[in-house]
Design a protein around this ligand. Sequence first.
Ligand SMILES: Cc1ncc(COP(=O)(O)O)c(C=O)c1O
Length: 337
Amino acid sequence: MTTKSYTYSTFGQDVVKRIGNTPLVELKAYSKKNVKMFAKLEWFNPFGSVKDRAAYWMIKDAEKRQILKKDKSIIIEPTSGNTGIALTGIATAMGYKVEIVIPEKVSIETKKILRDLGATLHETSDDLCPRVGSGTDQSIALAKAISKPRPDIYYMPNQYENDANFYAHYESTGPEIWNQTNGTVTHFLTGCGTGGTITGTGVFLKEKNKYIKVIAVQAQKNHLLQGLRNFEESAMPELFERRKDVVDEWFTATNVDSFNMVRDIYEKEKMLVGPSSGSVLTAMINKRDEIEKGNVVGIFADDGRKFKSLYSQQEVFSNQEYEEALLSGKYLSEISF
Ligand SMILES: Cc1ncc(COP(=O)(O)O)c(C=O)c1O
């Protein structure tokens, strides 16, 4: 793996060609003799997370349906971060403007990246994940209020309902995992926000082999795990509802276990991961210890580079340890914002 670094603008419009085909690496420190553990490193997408896939598919779909007009349309979306970064980066490269409605609790690093990439931000006092359902969600309500009166200019992809979010994973993440494991994957785990990753990848993998187990990782209530959701606290998005039967098992990750695992994987594998990868690894270890043999694949949705302030607040790393991790970590992505 190379260590050169680039900024997204190096590639202009071609940046979208770098979406997908992320590495699948074995987590040797966590594998056992007959149970191998693999992480799909989604921060190798050009804008740093699994959400590049959904964002690109939603924009392509809107272009196909002739909803977007170059240099005129504004894409507006309520999001807690990664979708906003992906949409802003990809839409800007493709010639559209972006406005993001974002909960104020989202990390300052994330907001800075969004502004640097060119998004206009509207902040609300929502929880970390915009809640879906009536009356509870300011981000979604505000995005709708801004966009509804100007349908000629604004387009809201709405990742919570847009099937292109499902197809992104059905057509890319699922086939990649199948090919990268030569069809030997036995368990698939991912954290859930909109449900796009779990339903798209899960449906594809089960079509290939109906015995593959699909395990959904949700956050505890009142959580600090950006990108994840707790489905008691917040209703299941429509997109997830449509295909929720693909889930065989649920795992609820706590803040404490997830942050401890972020530290553990840095100590054991020298990987600086985002909080939700800590949640997914906790669930993977739990599954590893239940089964006799198998190939367990988890989605590591983003890396730790947006979480300096959170990791310092939660005492996961001191600032000095964090800076060292940025310099000497393994599998850091090549892009710098
Ligand atoms: C940071 C982050 N964003 C997004 C997702 C997946 O989101 P979705 O269910 O919307 O596909 C995950 C899942 O692990 C995540 O950790």
